[in-house]
Design a protein around this ligand. Structure first.
Ligand code: DAH
Length: 340
């Protein structure tokens, strides 16, 4: 009775083991027949219930079946392992005589590209490129620029104050004063750099962005001079006539002050998130330097005057490359950066 049951079990196990399509199926078969709770183990446990005269014979038979199945299992398992090894070797095969693909060279950040372009333009016009600290004093960032402590213009630039009373500069304009102190008049400088404002971040606002400050001081500088430089600037950047408009603008450090807007190049003026659906983007505030600012820099306003401008470098980059979200610039996403 048990004999026929055993031989039936054996032939079922053999066919499952021999035909297992992969090592998972093979493992399943092993657990079913050879596992700790498998069929053979169960029969083994019931041996004690057998009559003494059957026990020896069945025991031998059980052992033979077990050995047969184990051997088949092992040879099938070895075959699967060899197959896996071979396909891995085939997939990971490496021809060491092939030339290496080479490292992909990095690319310059669009801000760097535009900054360099502008530095080249302005140095060709006789301007020096100067630098200033990102951690500034209240004096250079505000007071020296004709923005006294009670002035409402201070609230317009949400400032990151540091615990020692200094601040993260809210604009590049403090470099105007530092440059006047250092070089005196006449003066032609640009100062590109990073500025910081405690702003809510969205598609067109970042807490950290870039400006490029410009200043020219000489004798009898007029708005006509200023316009000439502003137009050269925009033509150089956009390689075409950009549509601009000039509005009166108020900045304590210039008088008169202007706001030069450029028609939005993302949407062509029809309205989009970058231009806040107005069709225009404020790009280039400028004006004639206020006498108080010249005095702060140690320059006599009766002898000299000049113009200044504060170009929104980040905005400009977005216009130039039709980038619709300012957050792309600092996100470090290679899919974005590799386009430049
Ligand atoms: N500093 C100003 C700002 O960030 C921009 C600015 C306006 C700079 C007029 C200038 C200027 O030099 O003349 O809001």
């Amino acid at each position: 009775m048990l004999d026929s049951q055993l031989s039936e079990l054996e032939s079922r196990a053999v066919s499952l083991i021999d035909s297992a399509p992969d090592s998972d199926a093979l493992e399943k078969a092993r657990v079913e027949f050879l596992g700790r709770k498998g069929s053979l183990a169960t029969i083994g446990k019931d041996m004690g219930k057998l009559a003494a005269e059957d026990r020896g014979r069945i025991g031998k038979l059980l052992n033979a079946v077990k050995q047969n199945l184990e051997a088949r299992y092992e040879s099938r398992q070895a075959a699967f392992q060899l197959g896996a090894l071979n396909s891995r070797l085939a997939a990971e095969w490496l021809d060491l005589t092939m030339p290496a693909p080479g490292a992909r060279p990095g690319s310059l950040h669009p801000l760097t590209l535009i900054q360099r372009e502008l530095e080249e333009l302005f140095t060709s016009l006789g301007f020096a490129v100067v630098d200033g600290p990102e951690v500034e004093t209240e004096w250079y960032n505000f007071d020296a620029l004709n923005i006294p402590p009670t002035h409402p213009a201070r609230d317009a630039q949400d400032t990151f104050w540091l615990s020692d009373g200094s601040l993260l500069r809210t604009h590049t304009s403090p470099v105007q004063v530092r440059a006047m102190e250092k070089f005196g008049a006449p003066l032609r400088i640009i100062a590109p750099g990073r500025v910081f404002r405690n702003e809510e971040v969205d598609a067109s606002h970042e807490h950290t962005f870039y400006q490029l400050e410009g200043m020219m001081i000489d004798r009898d500088v007029s708005i006509a001079h200023m316009l000439y430089f502003m137009k050269s600037l925009l033509t150089a950047i956009f390689h075409r006539e950009a549509t601009v408009r000039l509005r009166p603008g108020f900045f304590p450090f210039v008088e008169p002050g202007f706001e030069l807007d450029i028609q939005c190049l993302i949407c062509g003026g029809s309205g989009c998130p970058v231009c806040k659906h107005s069709g225009w983007v404020e790009l280039l505030p400028c004006g004639l330097v206020h006498p108080n600012v010249l005095r702060s820099g140690g320059i006599d306003p009766d002898q000299w005057n000049g113009f200044a401008f504060g170009l929104g470098l980040t905005r400009l980059v977005m216009m130039r490359y039709a980038i619709d979200d300012i957050r792309h610039l600092a996100a470090g996403d290679l899919r974005f950066l590799q386009q430049f």
